[in-house]
Design a protein around this ligand. Structure first.
Ligand code: GDP
Ligand code: IMO
Ligand code: MG
Length: 424
């Protein structure tokens, strides 16, 4: 069986967690393939909200296997915290949660290095979640990292020490003022490692290969979004992994010809948290309304998310680089009540009108050209089928489908599992 992918098409927080949870009914295995605890995936059901950072969003289904793939970076302390929360909910994860031996470990000093790097950048800071993501992937590609499988070796603590000592000298090199108590952090880290070691470590690429042969259904869950991709995002204001479809191949060991459906998920408008260019960002009442109605605060850091109109040029680009086969539109309910909606359908770029994402989308180079749509006033949150949609929403959806040449198969009308409408 081919492996299906679910990916965010914007700057993250599109609602991946919600939809993975909904789709888990159709899959035997849910596998995260990149990113780490910089992610915050929110699930809402039975009147409760759950936020996952590293653990795949299928974990609340008893019969699904949840796999943390080799492309993921794991902070044992945050992972333990997630496990504690699951345990408190009565979730028995021991038989269903597997971790790749090849996943890299985030050390306490990686987080400190992240903080030092950001502090040294001043105003040019990336707006990182400070979870140690960049430094951990740097050690991975620099061939210095500590992997989950290393924890099974007798000398892993020595390897840890060598790396942490090196990090301490790098922190000193930054010469910035960051306060830290490494001993305290290490104590928590070693305790959390013991918990991590009680879970099932596997050779995940082999596991995935065999599962495919046994005709098991697999959904790969992305983190972040395509515009935060290390290669294709708004560099340097990006994360440090490939968040696009190719990342699922390297992050799980799935061959490109084994990829099936590519579900691309986007908000009916756009948000971004952290620094970096955002051509359709709003600084007016409309942006404030989106933020308020959409409750746009980061699930990991609590920072307010920047809001703006849907950027079709950027969305088209994301569909292209991912080979999206089905689209899912989230948070349509948040747009109820806007008299007029705008969609960016072109950019003014250095005196020209263009319809693709150029190398540089800084505000001094790019300004959005909008197409306007009539809004709808109906509350969508109680709707249960597409036949109830107002005409203006159907027009909005049809326009996007026509422009992107991809069907929108799910429309989400609220945070709850149940507020999910299948169109085709
Ligand atoms: P993820 O990182 O892609 O999983 O998304 P986040 O969980 O960071 O952010 C999505 C936020 O929107 C969460 O608070 C969800 O509960 C919420 N959400 C998801 N879908 C909808 C929707 O259709 N309507 C509304 N109003 N909220 C939604
Ligand atoms: P999910 O999976 C939104 C952003 C940060 C920052 C940049 C780099 O919940 O969609 P990093 O911590 O990776 O060094 O931060 O990327 N960022 C996210 N924004 N959702 C996320 O994940 C994000 N993960 C990282 O805000 O701008
Ligand atoms: Mg999120």
């Amino acid at each position: 069986m081919a492996v299906d992918l679910l990916l965010g098409l914007q700057w993250g927080d599109e609602g991946k967690g919600k939809i993975v949870d909904v789709l888990t009914n159709n899959y035997n295995i849910i596998a995260r393939f990149q990113g780490g605890p910089n992610a915050g995936h929110t699930l809402v059901f039975n009147g409760k909200k759950h936020v996952l950072h590293t653990i795949p969003s299928g974990i609340f289904h008893d019969d699904a296997i949840n796999l943390v793939g080799n492309g993921v970076v794991i902070d044992p302390v945050i992972f333990k915290d997630e496990l504690d929360k699951l345990e408190a909910q009565g979730i028995d994860y021991r038989k269903t949660l597997f971790i790749s031996r090849k996943a890299h470990i985030i050390l306490p000093t990686h987080c400190l290095l992240d903080a030092a790097s950001e502090a040294s950048k001043g105003k040019a800071k990336i707006g990182s979640t400070l979870k140690g993501i960049g430094p951990t992937y740097m050690d991975k590609t620099g061939r210095n990292g500590l992997r989950v499988g290393d924890l099974e070796l007798s000398d892993w603590k020595e390897r840890y020490r060598t790396l942490a000592d090196k990090h301490e000298s790098m922190i000193a090199y930054y010469n910035v003022d960051i306060d830290y108590n490494l001993e305290e952090r290490e104590q928590k880290f070693f305790e959390a490692i013991d918990v991590l070691k009680s879970l099932k470590f596997i050779d995940s690429e082999e596991y995935v290969y065999q599962a495919q042969k046994e005709k098991k259904t697999i959904l790969a869950e992305g983190a972040q979004g395509s515009l935060l991709d290390i290669d294709f995002g708004t560099y340097p204001f990006v994360t440090s992994s490939n968040t696009t479809a190719a990342g699922a191949c390297t992050g799980l060991g799935v061959a490109p010809n084994q990829i099936g459906e590519v579900f691309g998920i986007f908000k009916a408008y756009t948000t971004r948290v952290g620094s970096g260019p955002f051509p359709t960002e709003l600084f007016d009442e409309d942006g404030a309304t989106m933020a308020k109605v959409g409750n746009e605060f980061g699930a990991t850091t609590g920072r307010p998310r920047r809001c703006g109109w849907l950027d079709l040029i950027a969305l088209k680009y994301a569909c292209q680089v991912n080979g999206v086969t089905q689209l899912m539109m989230m948070k349509g309910d948040v747009l109820s009540g806007f008299k007029t909606l705008k969609v960016c359908t072109g950019y003014k770029y250095k005196g020209e009108v263009i319809h693709h994402l150029p190398y540089n989308i800084e505000p001094e180079n790019v300004s959005p050209i909008y197409t306007e749509f009539e809004g709808w006033s109906e509350d969508l949150t109680e709707m249960s089928e597409a036949s109830q949609f107002p005409k203006a929403l159907n027009d909005y959806i049809s326009f996007l489908e026509k422009e992107l040449e991809i069907p929108i198969t799910i429309v989400s009308v609220g945070p709850d599992r149940k507020q999910t409408i299948f169109r085709k």
